[in-house]
Design a protein around this ligand. Structure first.
Ligand SMILES: Cc1cc2nc3c(=O)[nH]c(=O)nc-3n(C[C@H](O)[C@H](O)[C@H](O)COP(=O)(O)O)c2cc1C
Length: 187
């Protein structure tokens, strides 16, 4: 945890599309983290438009610095990606590549942090395969995926702009993921 007793949960993800369903799912999961007492912050949409991560270029754009510093201070994360061709989107993957900048930290990468993971795709197959990839990435980054992950089929559920959805069970599951991230961080 960071030095204060406040638990910081950072949400990353969504797409650039207006009304992004995956961003709405992310915000519901963050509301669950808040219910459990966390302070939350989201890095979404145009904030994720970063140059391709390049190990040969040490300079970082202001947006990239913001992302890296926000993750550095996080006690837990929630990462949500749309499923693109059965995988996470390039936008989200490139943002996650920037976690490489934390490699020399005392808490390298996502070490010791709970990570809630959600994939949203227009069918079950891509939702499940994308969730699996997000878990693999979280493990590679030394993070601790929460017991519950989210595979959301956006052909069957619609998220509205007020933080609700056509399926209350999905909303409850997303909130639970957020709570699990906060509870792990508190321990
Ligand atoms: C480039 C692209 C590729 C996609 N590939 C798949 C796919 O393989 N399987 C699937 O079920 N949905 C696929 N979709 C649909 C999205 O996963 C789905 O609409 C998702 O809800 C979009 O999230 P968003 O509203 O946050 O943009 C694709 C969408 C795009 C734009």
């Amino acid at each position: 945890m960071t030095s204060s007793s406040v638990i910081n949960v950072v949400g990353i993800g969504g797409s650039l599309r207006a009304g992004s369903q995956s961003e709405r799912a992310l915000r519901i999961a963050l509301s669950g983290a808040e219910e459990a007492g966390a302070t939350t912050r989201a890095v979404t949409g145009s904030q994720l438009v970063l140059p391709f991560y390049d190990t040969g270029i040490p300079d970082r754009t202001a947006e990239a610095e913001h992302l890296v510093e926000t993750i550095r201070r996080a006690d837990g994360l929630i990462i949500v990606s749309p499923g693109y061709h059965g995988a996470l989107s390039g936008l989200v993957k490139n943002a996650l590549d920037y976690i490489e900048d934390l490699r020399h930290d005392t808490r390298p990468y996502l070490d010791g942090r709970a990570v809630g993971l959600v994939a949203a795709a227009y069918g079950w197959q891509a939702a499940v395969t994308t969730l699996d990839q997000l878990r693999t990435i979280a493990h590679a980054l030394r993070g601790w995926p929460t017991p519950l992950g989210g595979a959301v089929n956006t052909a069957e559920v619609k998220f509205d702009e007020t933080g609700g959805a056509s399926d209350d069970k999905i909303v409850a599951n997303l909130r639970l993921i957020g709570r699990q991230v906060t509870e792990f961080a508190r321990r």
